[in-house]
Design a protein around this ligand. Structure first.
Ligand code: SF4
Ligand code: SF4
Length: 288
């Protein structure tokens, strides 16, 4: 069973919920699919049994022995990645989109395209099972493809280790990395918060999960920050037949847990938040 935890926006507490799910009683495979900003490895400090180079695209590089400094490449680059620095043409590694155009127009064939090789996928063990995560290097692309590699590895490890549950911590938003995270999963949990932007981004996320016909649940984090907005979220979900399976109070112990590299169910197992998360997880697993 694959359970994806996602949110329409960052900062809703999605990764805290994923971490809590990953440390409830049964062994799991935890896959951190938030490849642009993976962070669960900081919390769980997994072993690195395997490291895979992920080649995500290309970057342009100049051979200055051939370059005429004519500036033609700079005129053609639509990503403003080429500029003159100290009267010499230079390419910004982070701005280059790898479109190849400059290498085609350069009259002296001074530009070559080299493969990006700084992104990685890691897999290993953590204290409650196995863990896989991807790290996309700054400025590198194709996050969705890296997520699909992370998921494939997680499935492979689950089968080899006879682990039934895979928890996927998805990226925020509704981009291709999110779609790659949720495609074909058994359950999607959307974590939201009672704010105007929380509501707006929840609606966008629900539209995506509906398009993919996925079993969707909603959990409202810090619901006591705005009771009126919480009510609106519940009504919205209810009208669409989506179950709100949990409402978490704001509790500073969640932050304390993170600071101490624990999930909330490890740090404060009898806290109101831990109990609510446990109940929500039970509902997903039992599909109630
Ligand atoms: S087009 Fe080629 S020769 Fe001209 S500045 Fe760019 S890299 Fe140099
Ligand atoms: S490959 Fe494309 S994006 Fe990169 S520097 Fe050349 S023209 Fe610009």
């Amino acid at each position: 069973m694959e359970i994806a935890v996602i949110s329409g926006k960052g900062g809703t507490g999605k990764s805290s919920i994923s971490a809590a799910f990953a440390t409830l009683s049964e062994k799991v495979v935890l896959a951190d699919c938030d490849v642009d900003a993976a962070n669960l490895h900081i919390l769980f400090n997994p072993s690195h049994d395997e490291e895979l180079v992920y080649a995500s695209g290309h970057k342009a590089t100049i051979n200055y022995n051939l370059c005429l400094n004519c500036g033609l490449c700079s005129n053609y680059c639509r990503f403003d990645a080429i500029s003159f620095q100290n009267n010499k043409v230079a390419i910004s590694e982070t701005s280059c989109d790898g479109c190849f155009l400059c290498s085609r127009v350069c009259p002296s064939k001074a530009i070559s395209m080299i493969r990006n090789d700084k992104s990685r996928m890691y897999s290993g063990s953590f204290r409650n099972g196995k863990m896989v995560y991807g790290r996309l290097a700054p400025g590198e692309e194709n996050s969705g493809k890296l997520v699909s590699i992370v998921r494939e590895k997680a499935k492979q490890i689950a089968a080899q280790s006879s682990i039934n549950t895979i928890i996927l911590d998805g990226p925020p938003g509704i981009g291709c990395a999110v779609i790659s995270t949720i495609t074909g999963v058994d359950h999607v949990l959307i974590v939201t918060e009672p704010t105007i932007s929380g509501m707006h981004d929840l609606q966008r996320t629900v539209e995506i999960t509906a398009k993919f016909n996925l079993k969707t649940w909603v959990l409202i984090n810090k619901y006591d920050l705005n009771f009126e907005m919480t009510k609106q979220i519940e009504v919205y979900c209810n009208d669409l037949g989506i179950k709100t399976i949990g409402k978490l109070l704001f509790n500073p112990q969640v932050v304390e847990a993170m600071i101490n590299c624990k999930s909330i169910v490890e740090w404060a197992p009898t806290s109101d938040v831990a109990e609510e998360i446990r109940a929500a997880y039970g509902m997903i697993v039992c599909n109630k």
